[in-house]
Design a protein around this ligand. Sequence first.
Ligand SMILES: *Cc1c(COP(=O)(O)O)cnc(C)c1O
Length: 373
Amino acid sequence: MAPEAVDAMLPYLTSSGNFANAASSQHSYGQNAASAIDNARSEMAHGLRCNPKDIIFTSGATESNNLALSGFTLGHRNRGKHIVTSAHEHKSVLDCCRHLESQGIKVTYLRPSGDGLLTIDSILNAVTDETVLVSLMHVNNETGVMQDIGRIADALNEKGITFHVDAAQSAGKVPIDLSAMPIDLLSLSAHKFHGPKGIGCLYVRKRKQAGLTPLFYGGGQEYSLRPGTLPTHQIVSMAAAFSLACERQEADAEHCRQLRQTLRTVLGKLDGVHWNGDQNDVIPHIVNVSFEDVGADALLIALRDNVAISSGSACNSGAIEPSHVLRAMGIEGDRLYGAVRISFGRYTTAAEMEQAGQSIGEAVIRLRKWAAE
Ligand SMILES: *Cc1c(COP(=O)(O)O)cnc(C)c1O
């Protein structure tokens, strides 16, 4: 976490600060907690250029994605029973779609091209009279490939189709201007921008709130779309982390571009290196790379005590299944089974990057030598 986000959180945990329930509107302690939440909501809205009333706090992007997909689709099932998404989405979207299929909703899973990009035509071609929602991620969590959500939003808006964006990997890292982009629903998660885990939000454009069905029922918080006592400390901390990320956006991106270049230079000295995903429409902090004749499993085991990288997203790495993201891009064989995902950020130093690159390179050379013997 950003130290600033930790500092913002601490006063809301102890009796010397304000630990009151924001829904306790009869005393000033509760009112102060509510106003801290109001401020945080405004800070989030300022970063996204949207109305604070359109922010609904959730436990993270998994919940936001579920609320958007399930909540919107089931709330509008009398209008149509079809949604469009893509095969390279995060599991919180794909598994939710599987659930919706069991509820009688039809889902089209678009396949990206070999570089991970979707075309506007393929999206529009998948839309039918029955389509109530299109849900696409902004930046892919395994490859870093970035879709042009502004252009997609314009095209869908022209057809009157509701558009949800999973922005967990992009929020705070690239500009997202909801006043200029006709996006209807947008998910984000605080721990992806140096905030705490277990908190996020769903942006719901006002005119879309009516048809949204909540995932659960309770005390009426968040317009009853997400009831439950609000975690003041998490919310305030997320807002501090988000403001900082927006403020430092260009500096952080430049730092990550340099780290990426360092890594590419070090690993580029090896033979048989494949960079997966488009290398232009990509966020700088994620690299996905395969090394010929080296399995990802062996490489990760060789590195496990000094370089924290993975063969897929963190959410999937318990499973030995190869990446569904690379598969959706049509990548197969050694390149699929050898792919590793490397990510870094604001607090990664050039020396750490250099060292990680060296360690990975040495492990690749060692594993190739063993295989040849
Ligand atoms: C991390 C992530 C999520 C889920 O976020 P949680 O904080 O685990 O709920 C969803 N989508 C994408 C693209 C992510 O990277």
